[in-house]
Design a protein around this ligand. Structure first.
Ligand code: SAH
Length: 248
């Protein structure tokens, strides 16, 4: 028997914050839906642009509840969009939605990518990710610290550019320092690094510094950190990792 379509759920990456940094496809999906679900902070970023939508919010750490709410809304026949900051698959809800989806046969799920903080933050700093890079989250809420440390070591040994997400929170205030201590075992303390805060939002700031300086830098949950490779340079205050085009 053919499955009857019961609903549609978009999982939308809305980019770093500023409305203009959302993709046209994401905007179309948000226009098309009647319900928008998401973490309160991200819903607040969009609220003014979509005054007629039904909004479903849950606080941080209620991810499963939020996804079930969105799937049920879609299964109930309302076109629903679950929003995530940046990209919906990079430490976002796209995976969890697909894990829960088998319970909701008939809900058609479409994942819409967005500009992740590594890319939007990279553009603010200059061009730090011009060569191979690794993205590592320092959050140990769901990942054992041993695994995080192993990945930091491997990325440093491979001389990757490294982009750190979730570098700190109120409870994890010295994680960035700990990460730098591991990296300093393999990388020079003069390695060029960059810190970007509140990308595409009010209070956006950026700073280029050395790895030695990064160790003593304060970060929060709206900070993304970039660590250069051996070739990364500070060119007039911009962080640049050359690929080698200039020397061909
Ligand atoms: N899905 C998101 C990442 C969620 S994890 C994305 O693709 O960007 C949350 C972490 O992402 C934050 O701790 C921070 O390191 C980074 N981040 C997300 N949005 C940011 C922003 N607007 N400014 C700075 N960092 C951001």
């Amino acid at each position: 028997m053919q499955e009857i379509n019961k609903g549609k759920l978009y999982v939308v990456g809305i980019g770093p914050g500023a409305y203009e940094q959302m993709t046209i496809r994401a905007e179309q999906a948000l226009n098309e839906c009647s319900v928008i679900a998401g973490y309160t902070v991200y819903i607040d970023l969009l609220r003014g642009h979509f005054p007629d939508k039904e909004l479903l919010t849950t606080p941080m750490r209620h991810e499963k509840e939020r996804c079930i709410m969105a799937l049920e809304s879609a299964a109930g026949g309302k076109v629903t969009a679950m929003i995530c900051s940046g990209d919906s698959g990079v430490y976002g809800m796209a995976g969890l939605i697909l894990e829960l989806a088998p319970e909701y046969p008939g809900v058609v799920i479409e994942i819409i990518p967005g500009v992740t903080a590594a890319l939007s933050g990279g553009a603010v700093l200059g061009a730090p990710l011009g060569h191979d890079f690794a993205v590592i989250s320092l959050s140990d809420l769901l990942t054992p610290m041993d695994t995080i440390k192993k990945r930091l070591k491997a990325a440093a040994e491979g001389d990757f550019n490294i982009c750190l997400y979730n570098p700190a929170s109120r409870k994890r205030c010295d994680y960035l320092r700990q990460a730098c201590e591991i990296l300093l075992c393999y990388k020079d303390e003069k390695t060029v690094c960059g810190v970007v805060k509140n990308i595409g939002r009010e209070g956006e700031t950026m700073e280029v510094m050395t790895l030695g300086e990064l160790k003593d830098t304060a970060a929060d949950m709206f900070t993304t950190v970039f660590i250069g490779n051996r070739m990364t340079r500070d060119i007039g205050g911009r962080m640049v990792t050359p690929r080698g085009y200039k020397d061909v």
